[in-house]
Design a binder for this molecule. Structure first.
Ligand code: Z5A
Length: 207
């Protein structure tokens, strides 16, 4: 039985998801909430193996649908092993990427059939209470990501891929009221966190 709060952070590479999650977690912990920080892919031991393979720039797939199934396997293990247990303990789960990443990258970016991807997402059987779309232009996001060194298998895709991903994210935000857009190109890290905390606070007060 779900009791906690499930919050996901979405967006392009380098958009500021990890930065925001760390600061939001510190604030909520100080307020007395129990917080679980996790991520996809890679929130479980087998998920970490899947992540290493999927992000390795040398990994090659013969059928792009295999990518969808690897993300789905990572997610099922993650939900059963980490997210649901934390929610049932009443924790606030802050998750770096979830199902909206699959819609943005596998449908928007890769062009997979949306019904097929919807089936994969449906297997999850879990919808976030709140989602923050940390929005940034692909140019700025990749500039930030590039500062870290070698690019991963997704970061290496061409600019049209990244623009399709961003457009897909913005389309999700338009149709889903749980999604709140945070402009991380205009707002600095501190203001981004303030915006996120304002929404979380209103949600917690109303529930
Ligand atoms: N993927 C998929 O295709 N399908 C799926 O279903 C799922 C995932 C779940 C996982 O990568 C890859 O898997 C991902 C999609 C795909 N593609 N890629 N690449 P990931 O999630 O591990 O990697 P990432 O998104 O690239 O993470 P990241 O680069 O670490 O981005 P971030 O966490 O959003 O950014 P950050 O580390 O917080 O910040 C980056 C830099 O920007 C850092 O120097 C900060 O100090 C700076 N920063 C942060 N916020 C700001 C603001 N507001 N202003 C200025 N500078 C800032």
């Amino acid at each position: 039985m779900k009791k906690g709060l499930f919050v996901t952070f979405e967006g392009m590479e380098g958009s500021g998801k990890t930065t925001a999650i760390q600061a939001v977690a510190a604030f909520l912990t100080e307020q007395g909430h129990r917080v679980c920080i996790t991520r996809e892919p890679g929130g479980t031991p087998i998920g970490q193996e899947i992540r290493n393979w999927l992000l390795n720039p040398d990994s090659v797939l013969q059928d792009v649908r295999s990518e969808l199934l690897l993300f789905a396997a990572d997610r099922l293990e993650h939900i059963a092993g980490v997210i649901r247990p934390a929610l049932s303990r009443g924790e606030v789960v802050l998750c770096d990427r979830f199902t909206d990443s699959t819609l943005a990258y596998q449908v928007g970016g890769r062009g997979l059939d949306s019904d097929l991807v919807a089936y994969g997402i449906g297997l999850a059987g879990l919808v976030p209470d709140l989602t923050f779309l940390m929005d940034v232009s692909p140019e700025e996001g990749l500039r930030r990501a590039g500062k870290r060194g070698a690019l991963d298998r997704f970061e290496k895709e061409d600019m049209t891929f990244h623009h399709r991903v961003r457009d897909a994210y913005l389309a999700i935000a338009k149709r889903e009221s749980r999604v709140h857009v945070v402009d991380t190109e205009r707002l600095g890290p501190v203001d981004c966190v303030e915006r996120v905390l304002g929404v979380v606070d209103s949600f917690l007060s109303a529930s």
